[in-house]
Design a protein around this ligand. Structure first.
Ligand code: SF4
Length: 322
């Protein structure tokens, strides 16, 4: 039985013209869209691009493509929550692509080999950046690549902001952070003034002859939580606790500790036996039970295990707050 064109369905009929023989006049077109990992990456990296280069062994080219967006790949390869992997649709098949592990590998290789980024010739513009945390460092990096002179002023002794004070060293090795920060601070035209608090941006700009200012003071002050404490019991917020620990202090908290919140930060101290919280009992509460829900699974599992092996009891008081 011979098939006629009108038997081949509506699509064929609509996309086929009859001449001497039938021929297609519409074709599928390959359209390049951003994959879900790019969309999820807060740094907006061209992940598929540098992964492809890394896969073919062109590590320096991969690092150069990666650092067009992100100046600190070794840092992000350790500290980032890698939402790129959560969004990766390969995860629906077996496992997401290990993006942050490759990012870390490339970042470490760049530190080891001393790769530096190229900068444009001086533009004659001078920019004031207030704060040497992740935003200030990233801003200085991108401005320096464009050839602008940048002066970073920071109230702390060391640059890094919350990367240095809010992330424990076991998650982000200080030598790695310092190596990547040094690379940015050594770029042409970049200077850092530590222990310099800017109280009046307009005045600082006028005095320094700056063309523009970028204020990147971050969010290093904790929200106040009105919890009544009696009999001299201590109430600490996570930011101050992390700051103390990163500067070498070991807070004495007592034998029983209540942790309010179920995110990643509260789960860090109980994760380190013999480290920060030497309490025999640790009570956790969260806005939404179960208490561990807001915490990434890969962090809470070792936290729970480590706490148990340290002989502590981790219990939920599952407070329904607010
Ligand atoms: S791990 Fe790297 S690529 Fe993934 S979201 Fe974080 S910064 Fe972006």
């Amino acid at each position: 039985m011979s098939l006629k064109l009108h038997d081949l369905g509506q699509i064929m009929q609509e996309t086929t013209r009859r001449g001497v023989g039938s021929r297609r006049w519409q074709h599928p077109a390959y359209v390049s869209f951003m994959p879900p990992c790019n969309n999820a990456c807060p740094a907006g990296e061209n992940i598929q691009g540098w992964l492809a280069l890394a896969q073919s062994g062109e590590y320096e080219a991969a690092w150069r493509l990666l650092t067009q967006e992100n100046p600190l790949p070794a840092t992000h390869g350790r500290a980032c929550y890698h939402p790129c992997e959560t969004a990766c649709n390969r995860g629906e098949l077996d496992e997401p692509v290990a993006v942050h592990a490759v990012e870390r590998f490339l970042g470490d290789m760049a530190v080891e080999k001393g790769w530096v980024v190229a900068c444009s010739p001086p533009s004659g513009k001078k920019i004031l950046v207030v704060g040497a945390g992740p935003a200030g460092i990233a801003c200085a990096y991108h401005l320096a690549r464009k050839g602008h002179a940048v002066e970073i002023r920071d109230a702390s002794e060391e640059p890094g902001g919350m990367m240095a004070h809010g992330i424990p060293a076991y998650r982000l090795a200080r030598e790695t952070l310092r190596a990547e920060l040094s690379r940015v601070l050594a770029m042409p035209g970049v200077t850092l003034r530590s222990n310099t608090r800017v109280r009046d941006v307009a005045q600082a700009m006028a005095e320094g002859g700056f063309d523009a200012a970028f204020v990147a003071v971050g969010a290093s002050v904790a929200n106040h939580l009105d919890v009544p404490v009696e009999d001299g019991h201590r109430l600490l917020n996570a930011i101050d606790l992390l700051h103390d620990v990163s500067s070498g202090a070991r807070p004495l908290l007592g034998r029983v500790v209540a942790v309010i919140g179920g995110g990643n930060v509260p789960w860090m101290p109980p994760a380190r036996p013999g480290g920060w919280v030497r309490a025999r009992r640790c009570w956790c509460s969260a806005m939404t039970p179960p208490i561990w829900k807001p915490c990434q699974q890969k962090r809470r599992k070792p936290a729970w295990k480590a706490r148990k092996s340290a002989g502590s009891v981790l219990r939920s008081i599952s407070a329904q707050m607010g």
